[in-house]
Design a protein around this ligand. Structure first.
Ligand SMILES: [Zn+2]
Length: 135
């Protein structure tokens, strides 16, 4: 499936935090062993998995904040809630269907208008970013 270009929703400090976390994990024999096993089996390593699916968990969280605001609801989940869901094979949250390969939002059946607005906002921001890099 073709995926649309999206904003990077990962907060600035988080990427560094994640890299430090991996560095710490590298010291663990179990982690290194698991990686070797994954490589042998041809399955993605933890880092590969995270790179593919991690950004989607942040975007989904950002979108849920956005939707909840418009619905005057509360939304307290962090990206970890969605990441954990993906890890457990759950790709549908609150009426939102996500891609099973990368967790990207496919559609929001519960509130399609909110998702349309979110994508419009995102496209505008992407346009602005593009203009900034051109000049
Ligand atoms: Zn996908």
């Amino acid at each position: 499936m073709a995926h649309k270009k999206t904003l990077n929703w990962i907060p600035p400090g988080h990427e560094t935090q994640y890299k430090n976390w991996i560095k710490k994990l590298e010291k663990s024999k179990r982690f290194r062993h698991a990686r070797e096993q994954n490589k042998k089996n041809g399955s993605p390593t933890f880092e590969e998995w995270w790179e593919r699916i991690g950004p989607s968990s942040y975007r989904l969280k950002a979108y849920m904040d956005f939707r909840a605001f418009h619905e005057k609801q509360k939304h307290d989940f962090t990206h970890l809630f969605y990441l954990k869901g993906f890890n457990e094979g759950c790709f549908r949250f609150f009426g939102i269907n996500c891609c099973e390969c990368c967790g990207e939002i496919i559609e929001d059946e519960q509130n399609p208008t909110a998702y349309e607005m979110f994508c419009e906002f995102e496209d505008e921001e992407l346009k602005k970013l593009k203009q900034q890099t051109v000049h």
